[in-house]
Design a protein around this ligand. Structure first.
Ligand code: ADP
Ligand code: MG
Length: 342
């Protein structure tokens, strides 16, 4: 098990900076998710941690010791790739055993069988990867990543190839497994639900930088930037441009964007005018979208039976405390400012 510290970690390629100076500390035994859109530098960060890539600058510390130049196989990091990367010509057992090939210990096979049991594939150990379903291959990859009792477990979009039901099962199972083993785990994903349901803390990345680190609730209720506000939450938050100057006469920063989650808007007699042009029943809730003088808006009501129909005109009200205000640079303004401007 390990504590991980990243200091100004940077990886530059010829044409792009994939990771642009990341500072992050992960506690021993913690489960952290790195969440962000495709191309934001998630996998690169993981490969830097694994020792597959060398950093361009900055430092990687495991338990306080700098490991920048330590070879991948000496870092004792378990990794599950998005593609699983199982060896097709080897049996499941041989695949699980593979990371131990440099240390011929007599109990490696016993350990491999133990891992197989842990991820519930005992009856599949003699098969080839091609004879397994996606979910079973996923379990083999996990067993292989865990056989050397890694200090750190790295998971790169491990569930993206599974169907929705299996994804739900594996989410819970991976969480249980890592908790039981107490292994420090970093999960990379572009799926906000996966990140927020599995991780102790979520690291939201954008264009090689960290936008915010926090719990699922922090990111949802107190997004630090308009990027995080827009990336977290489904249906997405309404980000309404405000016609105020950036700075008032006293030199005080004025909000430029008003963030309102769809469930924080209540249809009634007063507030922001909206003409409904789309009604979507989503299970026990109904999502309404429309346009008004404030642009496109969405609001959500907790009823399966729609109260409004297409063409209806409503007004949307909200409690000031439910609004999130951002400055011209897209950074959240303190709550006190929010109340004062009401
Ligand atoms: P993510 O995993 O978040 O989708 P990546 O870390 O794979 O993103 O990529 C981040 C950026 O770095 C992208 O712009 C990508 O094109 C670039 N990149 C990644 N790997 C390489 C590489 N081996 N050579 C050159 N550019 C790369
Ligand atoms: Mg990736």
């Amino acid at each position: 098990m390990a504590r991980v510290d990243l200091h100004a970690l940077t990886k530059t390629w010829d044409k792009a900076t994939a990771v642009a100076g990341i500072d992050l500390s992960i506690d021993d035994g913690e489960f952290v998710a790195i969440l962000g859109p495709s191309g934001c530098g998630k996998s690169t960060t993981l490969f830097l941690l694994a020792g597959v890539y060398l950093p361009s600058s900055g430092d990687i510390l495991f338990d306080g010791t700098r490991v920048n130049e330590v070879e991948a196989r000496h870092r004792n990091v378990g990794i599950v790739f998005q593609s699983y990367a199982l060896y097709p010509n080897m049996s499941v057992l041989q695949n699980i055993l593979f990371p131990t090939r440099f240390q011929k210990t007599p109990d490696a096979e016993r350990r491999a069988r133990e891992m197989g049991e842990l991820v519930q594939i005992t009856e599949l150990l003699d098969r080839r990867p091609s004879e397994l379903s996606g979910g079973q291959q996923q379990r083999v990859a996990l067993a292989r990543a865990l056989i050397k009792r890694p200090n750190l477990l790295l998971l790169d979009e491990p569930l993206s190839n599974l169907d929705a039901t299996l994804r739900l099962t594996m989410r819970a199972e991976i969480r249980r497994l890592t908790r039981d083993l107490g292994v420090t785990t970093i999960l990379v994903t572009h799926d906000q639900l996966e990140a927020t349901t599995m991780a102790d803390r979520v690291v939201c990345m954008n264009a090689g930088r960290i936008e915010q680190v926090g719990t699922a609730e922090d990111l949802y209720m107190r997004p630090e930037t308009t990027f995080v506000a827009g990336f977290i939450g489904s249906p997405p938050i309404n980000l309404i441009p405000l016609p105020t100057p950036g700075v008032d006469a006293q030199g005080q920063t004025q909000p430029q964007t008003l963030g309102l989650r769809p469930e924080m808007l209540h249809a009634g007699e007063s507030g922001l005018p909206l003409q409904i042009d789309h009604v979507e029943v989503m299970g026990r809730e109904t999502l309404y979208s429309g346009t008004g003088p404030n642009g496109a808006l969405r609001f959500l009501e907790p009823t399966a039976q729609p109260r409004w129909s297409m063409g209806d005109r409503v007004h949307l009200d909200f409690a000031p405390a439910d609004s999130i205000l951002f400055d011209a640079a897209g950074r959240r303004l303190p709550d006190a400012t929010a109340r004062r401007t009401e």
